[in-house]
Design a protein around this ligand. Structure first.
Ligand SMILES: [Mg+2]
Length: 228
């Protein structure tokens, strides 16, 4: 199987440090500015607004807010990357899945600054563990990224793991299995509109990344029983 992992909120926690990273970036670029904690809180609020679900906008590319296209933003991303923590020993899990014969890829959205996602994957030491890295949202849309995946890997079963299940709606194909990794900071957006989950076929929910091993076993059993 192809196992595709999202990055933020799935393999790593980079949310808890958003505000602190803004504070550090403000210190560096605007040390004269009063009330830095206030500004850091405000920027965090705006940033989290961009994390919210955008239902039905399937082909949109990422549009960045003005303050995330600056040197200040670069520092913010870098500070955020430095504090980012790997979830559930995800690095060990990736190795285990590869040992089991799966193709493990990174399948995530570009950050507001081009090239930043790759850089952050490298900073946390995950980049080189993947068999392939597909980044959408800047040069290619998510739908185009999915097509690219099919061109590269044919119709093999794709297990798509993401903490934002609204991304799954209307996407994928009959050989796609969707796995929602329940990550509290983004799960709260789902709780507000839980009925949307009904629109996702083949949906599995996990609260620990290692449960993916059980999901894979279950998929094998289900698919085998369909074909017999
Ligand atoms: Mg995510």
């Amino acid at each position: 199987m192809i196992i595709g992992f999202d990055f933020d909120g799935t393999l790593v926690d980079s949310y808890s440090m958003i505000e602190e990273a803004f504070k550090r970036a403000l210190e560096k670029h605007y040390s004269w500015l009063p009330f830095k904690s206030f500004w850091a809180k405000l920027f965090t609020k705006i940033e989290l607004h961009f994390e919210k679900p955008k239902y039905g906008r399937h082909n949109s590319k990422v549009k960045s807010p003005f303050f995330l296209r600056t040197k200040f933003a670069r520092t913010w991303f870098e500070e955020r990357a430095k504090m980012t923590e790997i979830l559930d020993n995800a690095d060990e899990l990736i190795k285990k899945l590869k040992e089991d014969g799966h193709t493990v890829i990174s399948f995530s959205a570009e950050d507001f600054i081009e090239g930043m996602k790759e850089k952050r994957l490298r900073i946390v030491g995950l980049y080189n563990l993947f068999d392939d890295v597909i980044i959408f949202g800047k040069d290619i849309t998510l739908c185009e990224a999915f097509q690219l995946l099919r061109e590269r890997y044919g119709d093999e079963i794709f297990v798509w793991v993401d903490d934002k299940p609204w991304r799954f709606i209307g996407r994928g194909d009959e050989n796609t299995e969707f796995v929602w990794y329940y990550f509290p900071p983004t799960a709260k957006f789902v709780e507000e509109k839980r009925e949307l989950l009904a629109a996702i076929p083949h949906l599995h929910v996990i609260r620990d990344l290692w449960s993916i091993l059980d999901v894979i076993d279950q998929i094998k059993r289900e698919r085998a029983s369909i074909s017999t």
